[in-house]
Design a protein around this ligand. Sequence first.
Ligand code: SF4
Length: 705
Amino acid sequence: MNDPGIGDTRTHYRNCNICEAMCGLEIRHRDGAVLSIRPDREDPFSRGHICPKAVALQDFHVDEDRIRTPLRRTADGWQPIGWDEAFAEIGSRVRGIQQQHGVDSVGVYLGNPNAHNLGSALFLPRLQKALGSRNRYSSASADQLPHHVAASQMFGAGLAIAVPDIDRTDFLLIIGGNPVVSNGSLMTAPGMPARLKAILARGGRVVVVDPRRTETARLASEHFAIRPEADALLLCALVRSIIDDDAVDFGRVGGMVDGYERLAEAIAGFTPERVADAVGIAAPDIRRLAREFAAAPSAVCYSRMGASTQSFGGLCQWLTLVLNIVSGNFDRRGGAMFPQPALDLLAGAPRQDPARRQPPRSRVRGLPGYSGEFPVATLADEILTEGEGRIRALFTIAGNPVLSAPGGDRLDQAFAGLDFMVSVDIYLNETTRHAHIVLPAATGLEIAQYDVYFNSFAVRNTAKYAPALFAPRGEQRADWQILQGLIACLGAAADDATPESLLDAALRSGPYAEQGLSLDMLRAHPHGIDLGPLRSCAAERLRTPDGRIRLAPELFVGDLPRLRASLDGDAATQRDYPLRLIGRRLIWNHNTWTQNAQRLLKAAGPITVQLHPDDARRLGIADGQMVTVRSRSGSLRLPAEFDTDIAPGVVSIAQGWGHDRPGIGMRRAATQPGASINSLTDPTRIDALTGNAAFNGTPVTIVAD
Ligand code: SF4
């Protein structure tokens, strides 16, 4: 049993909350100190897998750089204040600004860690409601919006995400994803190297499409070095090849699919022969890949960051689903399947036809809103552009968009000019340093844990809860307590709900209620409860009004002319910025907040720009030489690193770095700041269909010092 007490050596079980993989941990501790963090071999989901990052959880708990009390920014620096004083000032300032300038004059930005936090996941909607502002932003539009828009348009709910049934598939096609490093994203799957090797061991194939021969590609049966942002062209050609081969087979969902004729007509022009040059893969190879995929006993295509955070992210995610559906691999064993989580985010979701809804548009650039928020790529515009509805005050909660959003330097400037800013965070970072009041959050081992979101994307159905292991070492509060305080200070009614009471109610009314699933049952099973493998359940999960799948929503079909135009290229851009920039994640790091852990920082090494030696020779650049990388929106100085794994014409910089601005409290990170790729990315480069940031494929040029 979990036991948070002190005295003798005790053992605590919980999931790691650093990345999406939900690895089960066994934590031995005594007198408030961690003795060891090891894999929990009895965890029914991760089955003994962890990565080296998990041991850093103890570092975040004891980190002296954590903010320990509420802080107010003054002319003389940061001044500690009490919680009551902080809430009183926030309530007074925010209500005053809203009374004077309207409710939309106060915005909110939510960072990625909120998705890993039980209390935040359950209480943030309440804060949004209390604020009443339309100006909501989050890291979702820098990361995954295309997945949700595609699911919404095709299945009627943005959270109806189908994931690879990875442990039973015979053919895994990965486009723009590197799950060996990420351990899966929108595919919660700890221990990816072992799962990929298992596919090969049972006679299956793993094919990776990526401009870089990634860590995942090195394990694969075959790797294709595609040109950046050509993934949608490839996907069109794969679907077209299956149609040409007369191999379309809807399989299990055959009676549920509408729009095939419209699809076939819309992609008719995207033959492998037409797109091959732009894609960088020969037409016979594209046709062979399509044939092998369609002929495999089971197959699934998974596309992620490289295919999502680019100019055609929406089309990529739509076409990925289309490929799985027309090849008969949707809602079947070994194909793409819907998880059935115990806390079901689709429960109670209304049946709506998204094609009939016009999205709201952002004030300045008219970008589309989705699910009550606007793209983060336009947040700086909404702060800096005068007019009715301008954002004058901002809440940031567990986020650092100065380093993680496109055009970070402009956001830095925008935040500096806000009338009032409140941040809830664990560190003074590049974003929170601009706040007028910072509220310190508990994290990791200090809070209760249940994965509200990642169970919805998991490759097996399980459920696990852990209480807090340690009390915070300062005056930090759990995020949900802070959110309740904010709600109250804004004058809204806060009730006595807790994360546990809401979780218990959801479990007791969820899909496993008949099996008696409740919070008490989870408490009695600290390793977690296995609820079984994925099973065919599309008929239950679809949220379209008629319960059918929309194969060719007009939103996507109408975006194909933009894709077709990309076949002509852009000669002026190619002349001035002949290289294409892609990001990547380092195996020892996650997001910006993990870089103050000494053991992770040490392992990261210097942040470089990787380029192919042929490009380097042509540009007169030596390995290790300092270079300047320039894009239309900024420049960056960092060392060059030769890498034959990267395709000629492409360069890569790791994301999430650049801790070199004054006034941050992450002292260890500042000793090895690296450089921020988002000083180069351009907030005007977006996927026009979804509004998601287009980080990948940014045109750049490099000059040697
Ligand atoms: S893979 Fe992710 S969840 Fe698993 S131990 Fe590593 S950081 Fe934690």
